[in-house]
Design a protein around this ligand. Structure first.
Ligand SMILES: Cc1cc2nc3c(=O)[nH]c(=O)nc-3n(C[C@H](O)[C@H](O)[C@H](O)COP(=O)(O)O)c2cc1C
Length: 160
């Protein structure tokens, strides 16, 4: 089983530790190979809002050199893990939001990606009240995978 992990905390703190615990457990039950992306390093540029990704091909994105390896890994994975601390005002970390902005073209009906529809998705968050971080990521995932039942797992780990 191939898993793509998107680490959404800029430091290896609570969220990273919680994710490692989860990955350790997962590897006990399944033959798992995982590819890790650490944010913001894996997506160091902010989405410019140019919307060039919305037409085909998405490679017109000025940051496609970062998007392409991420997209290829997503396509070749059986499961995706998005992790983020709960950051105050409203939501996920800014680097996770920036990743989802760069992948927003996957939610568009103009270019549905059948490869995405059967993946399992895990969201790992830390911080009290982190449903505020889970909700928008969940909404994004549901937007990408509207055509099949979703396998969904939320992990809320408070103050590890
Ligand atoms: C800017 C900022 C805002 C935060 N806001 C909240 C919050 O609203 N609620 C909460 O429980 N924790 C909040 N925290 C704490 C973190 O979510 C929590 O300590 C988290 O586990 C940190 O994850 P990390 O160690 O992976 O960075 C905030 C932390 C930062 C840096």
């Amino acid at each position: 089983m191939k898993v793509a992990v998107f680490h959404g905390s800029p430091r290896k703190g609570n969220t990273y530790k919680a994710t490692k615990i989860f990955l350790d457990e997962l590897t006990k039950y399944k033959d798992v190979q995982y590819t890790e992306f650490f944010l913001p390093e894996a997506m160091p540029e902010f989405c410019t809002g140019c919307q060039l990704c919305l037409g085909n091909p998405y490679e017109k994105c000025p940051h496609s050199k970062y998007v392409t390896p991420i997209l290829n890994t997503i396509i070749n994975s059986d499961a995706l893990i998005f992790t983020t601390p709960h950051f105050g005002a409203c939501s996920m970390s800014s680097c996770m939001k920036n990743l989802l902005d760069h992948l927003d073209f996957l939610t568009m009906n103009i270019a549905p990606r059948a490869e995405l529809f059967k993946k399992k998705v895990f969201i790992i968050t830390t911080g009290a009240g982190s449903i505020a971080a889970i909700k928008p990521i969940k909404k994004y995932i549901l937007s990408c995978q509207t055509r099949v039942p979703i396998y969904f797992y939320d992990f809320h780990v408070s103050h590890v």
